[in-house]
Design a protein around this ligand. Structure first.
Ligand code: ZN
Length: 59
């Protein structure tokens, strides 16, 4: 699969087009790599959020 997933820098929607179909904003290529420059800490934020939920007795 050679399609490059892109993500709008304005609204954060994913697209394959060269501009956002939702807001017309600028898009950036999303690499399936470990380090995405704009979402560097997103993984950790989600992990922390999950831990918070678990600490509140959700499990
Ligand atoms: Zn957009």
């Amino acid at each position: 699969m050679k399609m490059k997933m892109k993500r709008c820098k304005s609204c954060g929607e994913y697209t394959l087009k060269n501009e956002c179909p939702y807001c017309g904003g600028e898009v950036g290529v999303v690499y399936p790599a470990k380090y995405s420059p704009e979402d560097k800490y997103g993984k950790y934020r989600r992990m922390l959020k999950k831990q918070l939920l678990e600490n509140k007795g959700m499990i």
